[in-house]
Design a protein around this ligand. Structure first.
Ligand SMILES: [Zn+2]
Length: 202
């Protein structure tokens, strides 16, 4: 057999496009699904379908939300401190911070970081939308919780330079998070300490 039957090759190719999945893993997963009981591949297909069909972004903070609720759980809650916004790169970061139970304010998800090398500028991120919230709402503090990477730091610096003149307190997560690592992989205690020890930027 020189080539795989097309339906098999299609799945191998689709899986191999995912981050962290090389051609070898893609083949292994595909052949696993071929052998496994049908309900495993059916539930996977269902979940994949629902992922795009049934989710959307919160109209306020751009976190992931169900499509039938335009405002996410955090933005819609009356239990949250509405004077503090924690700015993160990705929805996974919101989850990581929520798990620490150490933050009770609101979020804003940028959906990336500034990266001149990759051609990602402010207009490619949800930065305009952040300024609009700062203008409209009574925000007293913005916590910049971008990752402790070069791009994350540069994005935090960029935002600080523009938000501080609005008379809003700007803080950055304390050092101690693994440098270059992602927030979402930091353990809960480390993240909690970084939040509690956040420092004013000037
Ligand atoms: Zn929201």
């Amino acid at each position: 057999m020189r080539t795989l039957p097309e339906p098999v090759q299609n799945l191998v190719d689709a899986l191999a496009r995912l981050p962290g999945v090389g051609p070898k893993t893609a083949s292994r997963l595909t052949f696993y699904l071929l052998r496994a009981p049908e309900d495993i591949s059916l539930s996977l297909a269902d979940a994949l379908h629902g992922l795009k069909e049934e989710t959307g972004l919160c109209e306020t903070c751009f976190n992931i939300t169900r499509k039938d609720t335009p405002i996410c759980e955090v933005c819609g809650s009356d239990q949250r401190d509405r004077h503090t916004i924690c700015v993160v790169e990705e929805p996974m970061d919101v989850l990581a911070i929520e798990k620490t139970a150490g933050f009770n304010g609101l979020y804003h998800v940028l959906h990336g970081v500034l990266s001149p090398i990759e051609g990602i500028g402010p207009e490619d991120l949800k930065i305009k939308e952040l300024y609009a919230r700062l203008d409209a709402d009574e925000i007293k503090e913005v916590i910049l919780a971008t990752n402790p990477s070069m791009e994350g730091d540069a994005t935090a610096m960029y935002l600080n330079e523009r938000i501080a003149p609005m008379g809003i307190r700007v803080t950055r997560l304390a050092r101690g998070l693994p440098v270059g690592g992602d927030l979402e992989y930091a353990d809960q205690n480390t993240l909690l300490r970084a939040l509690a020890g956040r420092q004013d930027l000037d």
